[in-house]
Design a protein around this ligand. Structure first.
Ligand SMILES: [Fe+2]
Length: 397
């Protein structure tokens, strides 16, 4: 093998290795799919590329990138062209053929297909967008068990501004990239599923702790989403926002230690009963303490501090101002807002405007003024959350 080819190969192996590392560091599925297409295009100097994901017996068109159209229309214009659709997995389409046979397809010109092939090229996209697809390389995305997870399709290899066919050596290279990508996709899907189950478990346990109380199952969902939205508005990064989302539903878990006679008492509590009731932050923080998990550590703080007040009149520790951990101040706003604006068995719901004006009135006494003003800034998001997680019809007593 000539030296130049050896170097070229070495270079490609190194690139592939780098891509593999990049793929394993992205856990958000949509970002990951985007990265796969971008890296495969960079590797082959392809003008465009797309990715189909398998859903049962169909392929869903999940990503589309196209440099020519981006230059012509801008990034927003390119995105606007994207519309998802599904294809059956059979040999009639290019992607379907690749998924059902697991073979690569390297076509020099999709408008001049070799005679006798079962698939055809669908020119709709080209026609609609005044684009000309010529060369195309499509490979299956196979996971470690050789299952087809999707199809990666690269379009129009370019050299010096000219469209050329994809070089044969790219076939194995892109196929192996697609398989690395398949493993990363499988992991991202698994992570997503684990997170979903985890959050669902947290909600269910939180509801179990509170169920004896008047709160409904939707209260914990709403207040955790309000808390996360507020944290985002205050500048928390995505990871921290997610931790707030997961930690905040457990704020009242300590109510599990409050006797029914007090927790469910319809009338006003006596001072002694109130004292017992006010132990729930400490009980909760004890339940949640001692874990190595970042989320549980945060939820311990939330449980302990969500009834502290900005002016130092809250409980259990009468912390004041910034001595109260910020996450406790965030959850205090979200929790009280939801209690005011949602219907409970013992009271009707207050309108959102009225609930917000109470927060505003109590900013600087009960609440951190910065949290209240950020909460007001996101009122339309708050309204969306309230609508999305609204209670099923609560019977008023
Ligand atoms: Fe509480």
């Amino acid at each position: 093998m000539p030296q130049s080819e050896v170097e070229c190969l070495r270079d490609e192996v190194l690139k592939l290795n780098r891509i593999g590392i990049a793929l394993t560091s992205v856990h958000q599925l949509d970002q990951l799919l985007d990265l796969i297409v971008r890296e495969a295009r960079a590797l082959t100097a392809a003008d465009a590329g797309s990715l189909y994901l398998r859903e049962g017996e169909r392929l869903r068109f999940a990503v589309s990138q196209n440099d020519t159209l981006r230059q012509r229309l801008g990034e927003a214009g390119e995105r606007a062209l994207f519309s998802s659709f599904t294809l059956p997995i059979n040999e009639r389409s290019i992607a379907g053929f690749v998924a059902s046979t697991r073979r690569n397809l390297n076509l020099a010109d999709v408008y001049r297909l070799p005679a006798g092939v079962p698939f055809g090229f669908n020119p709709d996209f080209d026609r609609r967008n005044d684009y000309r697809t010529v060369s195309l390389l499509a490979v299956p995305m196979l996971d470690a068990e050789e299952r087809v997870l999707g199809v990666l399709q690269l379009i129009n290899a370019t050299q010096h501004g000219q469209v050329i066919p994809f070089h044969e050596r790219f076939e194995d290279l892109v196929r192996s990239l697609a398989s690395q990508a398949a493993v990363a996709v499988r992991n991202a899907e698994l992570t997503q599923e684990l997170k979903r189950v985890h959050l669902d478990t947290i909600y269910r346990l939180s509801v179990a702790a509170e169920y004896r109380d008047h709160d409904t199952a939707m209260h914990v969902r709403r207040m955790s989403h309000y808390s996360a939205a507020l944290a985002r508005r205050l500048g928390y990064d995505a990871r921290r926002v997610e931790q707030v989302l997961y930690a905040s539903p457990m704020h009242d878990v300590g109510k599990i230690g409050i006797p029914d006679a007090i927790l469910l008492k319809p009338g006003r509590l006596t001072p002694e009963e109130r004292e017992v009731m006010q132990q729930h932050p400490e009980i909760g923080s004890r339940i949640l303490s001692g874990s190595d998990s970042e989320i549980l550590k945060l939820s311990e703080v939330v449980a302990l501090t969500h009834h502290e007040k900005w002016d130092g009149t809250g409980y259990p520790r009468r912390l004041r101002g910034e001595d109260i951990p910020e996450v406790g101040r965030i959850v205090a706003v979200a929790d009280v807002f939801d209690a005011l604006s949602s219907k409970r068995v013992y009271k009707g719901a207050m309108g959102m405007d009225e609930a917000l004006s109470i927060l505003q009135k109590d900013a600087g006494t009960h609440f951190d003024p910065r949290c209240v003003s950020a909460f007001l800034d996101i009122r339309s998001e708050v309204a969306d959350i309230a609508q999305r997680y609204r209670d099923p019809d609560v019977k008023t007593a």
